[in-house]
Design a binder for this molecule. Structure first.
Ligand SMILES: Cc1ncc(COP(=O)(O)O)c(C=O)c1O
Length: 412
């Protein structure tokens, strides 16, 4: 079993019961963490304990279980706030995930602030979740979308920023880490440029949260969006962080219970932030699970995670391109990427490769990874993607390489 100086992967793997199984007669190699990560026992237990002991509806109950559920829900918010280094827990809005967080900003801040002719600057490497909400907003508001390109290594072409930014730019929105290429984008630098023309900055942090420490204040951004299930937490829960002064100004996203102050038949006043944005019964069990995922990641420590990540990036960048006919997309320098390897193999469609690997118990993803414009930019219909996380070993990457070589023989 591979280990690094800081992280004992063998011990980590024991925390993830799902990894200990055979798939199609082979020990499972799970390399689809970009789609969703597996959940450690700590998270599974936290969710079970919540439902076994504390479950009730929050904020409106006058009994012990309702108090406990409310405490659990709000304590989870405090943990996520600390994880992102938010200035205050009220800056954290629970959402279903990154997608809903982005839609919330587009549907509230966006509709309130954008006028015909205003511009939204995106990049060609965005996940559809950070593209389509802005297309919808542009259609509704008359705003115009503009796009920063990538270079051949899948890095943002920052030299284009000066020409793309202007006083008309109201928002710059892009991912912290690309789900398709693994590129780590220079968030703080771009945020500074955006702010110099008075634009707001939204970061899609779905793929950053599992790999990197995040400090929204140091990054100097205005909105930051994450998903619980990409960082060891459950599905159906995520968070939007936004500066308090922006949240205070923004209108509600959805109407219903929990988000109100006083309701008349023809008008209402709304609860204070964050509850103004949390209409309806929330996913309390999900919040508890996401907070447990934060505990788990912080228990391992970002330094250990970074050291392990570096080991995997170095290993993958050396071993994968050594396979004849295999091309890895994304940055070549380890410091510019996380351990997400998108690749193409001559003569084998990524879907066929994924099917052959699956027969050997190796789970990868093949397709456009919800980044169709990026695939067009790279001139490929699809890629194969092996995405790693804290429990991935160099042995897993060896099994991947063996599987690719076997596929080459089949297609040879
Ligand atoms: C970069 C990026 N942004 C956004 C999303 C959407 O996240 P969710 O489906 O959890 O809302 C994903 C999911 O794959 C992603 O990788």
């Amino acid at each position: 079993m591979a280990t690094t100086a800081h992280l004992d992967v063998g011990t980590i793997r024991k925390d993830f019961p799902i990894l200990d199984q055979e798939v199609n007669g082979h020990p499972l190699v799970y390399l689809d963490n970009g789609a969703t990560t597996q959940k450690p026992r700590l998270v599974l237990d936290a969710i079970a304990t919540y439902y076994e002991r504390d479950n009730a509806n929050v904020h409106r109950g006058m009994h012990e279980l309702a108090r406990r559920a409310t405490d659990d829900y709000e304590a989870a918010r405090v943990k996520v706030a600390r994880f992102l280094n938010a200035a205050d827990p009220s800056e954290i809005i629970w959402t279903r995930g990154t997608t809903e967080a982005i839609n919330l900003v587009a549907g509230t801040w966006g509709l309130m602030n954008l006028q015909p002719g205003d511009e939204i600057l995106l990049t060609v490497m965005e996940h559809h979740s950070n593209l389509i909400p802005w297309q919808l907003l542009a259609q509704r508001s008359g705003a115009v979308l503009r796009f920063l390109d990538v270079d051949d290594e899948g890095r943002l072409r920052l030299e284009q920023m000066a020409a793309l930014l202007s006083r008309r730019t109201r928002l710059v929105a892009f991912n912290h880490v690309s789900n398709s290429l693994g590129t780590i984008n220079p968030v703080a630098d771009i945020a500074q440029l955006a702010h110099s023309v008075g634009a707001r900055v939204l970061i899609d942090g779905a793929q950053a949260a599992p790999h990197l420490p995040i400090d929204v204040q140091a990054l100097g951004v205005d909105f930051y969006c994450i998903s619980g299930h990409k960082m060891g937490g459950p599905m159906g829960i995520g968070a939007l962080w936004a500066r308090k002064e922006l949240l205070d100004e923004m209108p509600p996203y959805q109407g219903g219970g929990e988000m109100i102050d006083l309701v008349e038949l023809d008008r209402s006043t709304y609860a204070k932030v964050p509850h103004k944005f949390e209409a309806g019964t929330p996913n309390v069990g999900g919040s508890v699970g996401m907070a447990a995922a934060v505990d788990y990641i912080e228990g391992i420590g970002h330094d250990a995670i970074a050291a392990h990540e570096r080991t995997l990036v170095d290993y993958g960048l050396e071993m994968l391109p050594a396979i004849e006919g295999l091309r890895v997309f994304g940055p070549k320098h380890a410091a510019e990427r996380v351990a997400v390897f998108s690749f193409a193999v001559d003569g084998i469609h990524p879907h066929d490769l994924a099917t052959i690997l699956d027969a050997e118990g190796i789970a990868i993803r093949a397709g456009h990874h919800c980044t169709q414009p990026l695939m067009r930019r790279l001139c490929v219909p699809a890629t194969a993607r092996a995405s790693c996380w804290i429990y991935t070993t160099t042995d897993d990457l060896d099994r991947l390489a063996e599987g690719v070589r076997r596929a080459q023989k089949i297609f040879g």
